[in-house]
Design a protein around this ligand. Structure first.
Ligand code: 5CA
Ligand code: ZN
Length: 479
């Protein structure tokens, strides 16, 4: 059973900006383009998501650090490809008070060029490698495309960037695989389905040898890049003349990787599970997991209110994030409505009859199905339902994503699918850039790249030139 998802899909952009405010996630009315405010409820959601990311990184030997926000231009400019792409995307600080700086400073757009020269001071020999670091910081990008709350911002406030250094190309390649595994677990835990693709040469990260990207699909059929993992080879270490002493006493450049996510993942959680009533949050990251609503009848207000408070206490004692909505002069119906917008996974309704019969009525947010359990099974019942809901959300979202990945051997058909918001299309490609660009033109969209989550040999011919295909590639209209 699934609830109405008409507004959610047909007017997705409006749905998204309306829900951001109504659910009190973030307020982008701050008078500066691309900069927004995390509101208390949204901040908690963000925190639970970050907690998962930190745990996964800490478990795998990454260490958290904190680097300066400002990067002197000469550092940022060391790696030629990197600066070429990022120069126009930087906010530049040119003055302190009225004193013009000789060398201007960039507000970091990402931190390879801040971290590499410092790690160079810390690493002497092979014994110091690998070194795996990460930080969670604001980065600034002077985005010139239309900015969008959480999705394309100028101050990225939730940039988790990992930077790792290794003895060899192969070690770094294995690290890329570990990065991918960490992100898979992360997205599985927050119930966001994904496609993993190797970006084409013309769309890899500036300074990378290769880039793997995670994309999800929005309700209106566009792809959204929700994370990337880059093999940087020795591009940055060479640029900073960073060498280490090998076991044999030679000096070699370390190989590095970097991988990042941002608040886009919060947007992704909102967009993949929502419906016409509002957000639907996976229990493990929901700021409030259970909302308890008393249903008062004349004369028994006290009884149901007291019972509601008791239920909250018991749930809290079991580490379940529960709250009671005891507002007076607000009908239970309007309370349901408010908490449905906020996506609280489980609602407990407490009426006089529930109290009398020693029962608990649970309503799950995703399907609005109700179950009645014995009062003395409260904690177990809620835990069980949360787990079920979490798994159902993940499964439903994956099913939806899979239904929105198509195959075709005609560019017109691909264009039609993409125009009709049907999601991602996979086609055969000869591997020539020329044909890649023609595909992008033909569909007014993007080449997401070669699938690396499905191991499939290309069959047939390039959709453009008809030569034997070398790759399957995914294409989509991208955010
Ligand atoms: N240094 C590498 C790895 S940390 C890097 O900067 N990669 S990135 O450019 O691909 O950014 C990582 C992720 O941040 C992207 O995949 C995307 O999901 C997110 N991101 C990038 N720019 C923005 C933006 N302007 N607003 C919101 N999220 C963004
Ligand atoms: Zn071709």
């Amino acid at each position: 059973m699934s609830l109405e998802r008409k507004i959610w899909s047909e007017q997705f952009t409006e749905w998204f900006s309306e829900m951001l405010l109504k659910a009190e996630i973030a307020d982008f009315r701050y008078p500066l383009k691309g900069c927004g405010v995390w509101m208390p409820y949204g901040f908690k959601l963000r925190k639970h998501i970050l907690d998962i990311m930190r745990r996964l990184l800490d478990e795998t030997g990454h260490q958290e650090v904190l680097f300066p926000l400002l990067i002197p231009e000469d550092l940022l400019a060391k790696e030629a490809v990197h600066i070429k792409s990022f120069f126009e995307e930087c906010f530049w600080v040119t003055r302190g008070g009225s004193t013009e700086f000789d060398v201007k400073y960039a507000l970091r757009p990402t931190s390879e060029t801040a971290i590499t020269p410092m790690v160079k001071l810390w690493v002497r020999s092979h014994a110091d490698l690998p070194l795996k670091l990460y930080q969670v910081v604001s980065v600034f990008r002077y985005e010139t495309k239309a900015t969008r709350p959480l999705i394309r911002v100028r101050e990225v406030t939730t940039f988790k960037e990992a930077h790792t250094f290794h003895r060899s190309y192969e070690d770094a390649a294995r690290q890329v695989e570990e990065g991918v595994e960490i992100y898979k677990k992360f997205f599985d835990e927050i119930c966001v389905p994904y496609l993993i693709s190797q970006r084409p040469e013309w769309d890899k990260f500036a300074g990378a040898v290769y880039t793997y990207a995670f994309d999800t699909i929005s309700p209106d059929g566009r792809s959204l890049q929700i994370g990337t993992v880059h093999h940087l080879g020795t591009n940055f270490t060479k640029a900073f003349d960073f060498t280490y002493e090998t076991r044999e006493g030679k000096r070699e450049y370390p190989h590095s990787t970097s991988y990042g996510i941002s608040e886009r993942v919060v947007a992704a959680v909102m967009m993949v599970h929502g419906d016409d009533r509002g957000l639907v949050l996976p229990p493990n990251i929901a700021p409030i997991q259970v909302i308890v609503i008393p249903i008062p009848y004349k004369g028994v207000e006290e009884v149901v209110n007291e019972e509601a408070k008791k239920i909250v206490e018991e749930l809290k004692a079991a580490s379940i994030r529960a709250e009671a909505d005891l507002r007076e002069d607000v009908t239970p119906g309007s309370k349901y409505y408010d908490w449905e917008i906020k996506g609280v996974p489980i609602r407990v309704e407490v009426g006089p009859r529930d109290v009398e019969r020693k029962e608990i009525t649970l309503v799950r947010r995703d399907t609005l199905e109700r179950t009645v359990i014995p009062r003395d099974k409260l904690v177990d019942g809620v835990k069980e339902l949360m787990e079920k809901l979490q798994n159902d959300l993940r499964e439903r979202a994956w099913k939806w994503l899979r239904e929105h990945v198509h195959r075709t051997d005609s560019i017109e058909e691909a264009r039609k699918l993409i125009d009709n918001r049907q999601g991602v299309v996979e086609v055969m490609w000869c591997g020539e850039e020329e044909c890649g660009f023609r595909i992008e033109e033909g569909i007014s969209g993007r080449v997401l790249g070669m699938p690396i989550d499905t191991k499939e040999e290309p069959k047939g011919n390039c959709i453009v030139c008809g030569k034997p295909a070398k790759q399957v590639i995914r294409i989509a209209r991208a955010f």
